[in-house]
Design a protein around this ligand. Structure first.
Ligand SMILES: Nc1nc2c(c(=O)[nH]1)N[C@H]1C(S)=C(S)[C@@H](COP(=O)(O)O)O[C@H]1N2
Ligand SMILES: [Mo]
Length: 261
């Protein structure tokens, strides 16, 4: 699998590195004066804790996925899996340009809500040019615009026991209602700055083939995590009770739940 580089300009990390650099200078400068005092070793121990915190920030779980420029965009962003949901309710919503569609957000939250496409478009937005990698062996670079999931979470206020965000989609994968596509991420990925509910692809409304009206982008994971045709989001403590209990449509069939790249 291709590795994604950490963005060198990650401001939080730079801040920490700078702060630590400052502490280091202080330690060195103060060495002669402090080496014989009782509290010096204790101070060093604090320094060690801080540097293990910076190391944790550098791990793939916290890092940013690589972002690209307009020049890198794929000429066409192909569609994979469902291209048109075989669901009469979805097709009726699509015919009306999703004016009657609303995303339900519920489960372990203080303030369950429903958000229309217009409301989602009015929340703060983020645009990112990223590479999508599908396990079937293709990649594409696209420009995604959407509302960061953490903005939506701030509206609904997750309860402390919420550990996962589950995304329910409109497309049945086989002929039964119970086999609709679904996916999940943990709260760390849900709050990651690049995790967005995307409504635009390459500067235009998201096409149906790519998940209209809304699809998830979880940029440090593989394509199958990027649920299309979102209908409902549910915060849960465990997905043991959901379908086969593995946290996603493909996971239930043996794919990894954490599809890190
Ligand atoms: N609802 C839904 N989401 C889905 C799929 C799907 O079939 N249905 N396919 C997944 C897979 S395997 C990939 S690679 C991407 C494809 O996204 P695209 O159609 O925009 O290329 O969506 C993912 N999300
Ligand atoms: Mo995929």
């Amino acid at each position: 699998m291709k590795r994604r580089n950490e963005r060198p300009e990650n401001p939080r990390r730079q801040f920490l590195v700078r702060a630590l650099g400052g502490a280091g200078t202080f330690l060195v400068a103060g060495c002669n004066r402090l080496s014989s005092t009782q509290w010096f070793p204790k101070f060093l121990a604090v320094g060690e804790r801080l540097s293990s915190a910076t190391q944790h920030l550098a791990t793939p779980r916290k890092s940013m996925a690589q972002e690209f420029s307009e020049a890198d965009l794929s000429p066409r962003f192909r569609s994979n899996g469902t291209a048109v949901p075989d669901n009469p309710q979805y097709q009726a919503l699509a015919r009306n340009a999703f004016a009657d569609w609303a995303l339900e957000v519920g489960g372990l939250v203080e303030q369950p809500t429903k958000l229309t496409l217009a409301q989602l478009r009015h929340l703060p937005s983020r645009t990112q040019i990223t590479r999508h990698d599908c396990v079937e062996g293709w990649s594409a670079i696209g420009k995604w615009t959407g509302v960061p999931l953490h903005e939506v979470l701030a509206l609904v206020r997750p309860q402390p026991q919420a550990r996962y965000v589950v995304f329910y989609c409109a497309d049945p994968m086989e002929d039964s209602e119970a086999s609709k596509y679904y996916e999940s991420v943990d709260m760390e990925d849900a709050r990651h700055p690049q995790t967005i509910l995307a409504y635009d692809l390459n500067g235009a409304a998201l096409p149906i083939a790519n998940g209209a009206p809304i699809r998830v982008r979880v940029e440090r994971q593989l394509g199958y995590k990027m649920a299309k045709y979102l209908m409902r989001i549910e915060l849960v403590e465990s997905f043991a009770q959901i379908r086969d209990g593995k946290g996603g449509y493909w996971e239930d069939q043996g794919y990894e739940w954490y599809a890190g790249i």
